[in-house]
Design a protein around this ligand. Structure first.
Ligand SMILES: N[C@@H](CCC(=O)N[C@@H](CS)C(=O)NCC(=O)O)C(=O)O
Length: 284
């Protein structure tokens, strides 16, 4: 696929929902372009692109702009069926899609709410580490706008002490559910990696921090969030997240990522893992 017709992913680097779609693109080996506008401005960008969805990620694919991670993965599955993320067997497929929906609604938002609550109540910490938590460009912007951003995020995501406490209970419950559904096995549905595993692991990634999580494996955390992360990392489902990332999270299929990864290796950073089961590269 020539670069000018390559899919374009509009994303936020540290975000778990955005990681869900990056993983799907990388798993299928779909060469694509990534763009990460300033957080806050992204809602407007999403609306302009899709005319109906105000959230990131958005994927431009074959002249369409698609919002919402579930719809994006459905479109990828249709356009690039191999390797599949949906099970072929109808009953398994229904269960995988149900788990995807469950994690979207009962885990992803809650991981984000807990993380934002703990981070934003430590403005000095955020100011001193803003460039590491986001990116150098976004960090400068975040420092300059922190009080406004904090108020906006609290309102937009209904973040307060009580809702954050409820969300932490929901994250723990979702992790216990993962353990129960796995029942000692490796996969949530059937005998192979599916959209259910990808969604559960990606939405937990910012707090579990698997080394293959491309933009956030080494984020500094304020002490109380570190305590929460340590507690969650001790649960069996966290072990599963680490294993799932190690086995199934391929190296980035972003166009130009090879150069970026070489540059970061030279700077001492660890490039994304490439010892995985997926990884056919679709032209480009
Ligand atoms: N259900 C959506 C959730 C995506 C989402 O919440 N994205 C956040 C970034 S992590 C966002 O763009 N929020 C802006 C907003 O809520 O207006 C999906 O699966 O795509």
């Amino acid at each position: 696929m020539p670069a000018e017709t390559s899919p374009v992913l509009w994303h936020i680097k540290v975000s778990n929902f955005n990681e869900k779609v990056r993983w799907a693109l990388d798993y299928k080996g779909i060469r694509h372009i990534r763009r990460d506008p300033l957080p806050g401005a992204h809602m407007l960008v999403a609306l302009v692109l899709t005319r109906r969805v105000a959230t990131f990620p958005v994927l431009e694919l074959d002249g369409r702009a698609i919002g919402d991670t579930t719809r994006i993965i459905a479109a990828l599955e249709q356009r690039f069926p191999d390797p599949p993320l949906y099970p072929a067997e109808p009953d398994q497929r229904r269960r995988a899609l149900e788990l995807e929906e469950f994690f979207d609604e009962n885990l992803g938002h809650d991981v984000r709410r807990v993380a934002f609550w703990e981070l934003l109540r430590e403005p000095e910490f955020v100011r001193s580490r803003a460039e590491e938590i986001t990116t150098p460009r976004q960090g400068r912007f975040l420092k300059a706008t922190l009080p406004v951003m904090t108020a906006m995020l609290y309102r937009r995501y209904s973040i307060n002490q009580q809702s954050a406490a409820q969300s932490l209970l929901k994250v723990r419950a979702a992790m216990r559910l993962i353990e129960e559904v796995l029942a000692g096995g490796e996969y949530l549905v059937g005998e192979r990696f599916t959209v259910a595993d990808l969604t559960g692991a990606a939405l937990l990634a910012p707090i579990i921090a698997p080394p293959e999580f491309p933009y956030g494996g080494h984020l500094p955390l304020p002490p109380r969030l570190q305590e929460i992360a340590d507690e969650l990392r001790a649960l069996p489902a966290a072990e599963w997240v680490l294993r799932t990332y190690a086995r199934h999270r391929p190296r980035s299929a972003e166009i130009g990522a090879e150069t970026l990864s070489e540059a970061s290796s030279e700077n001492g950073a660890t490039p994304v893992s490439d010892h995985v089961d997926a990884g056919r590269s679709h032209a480009g």
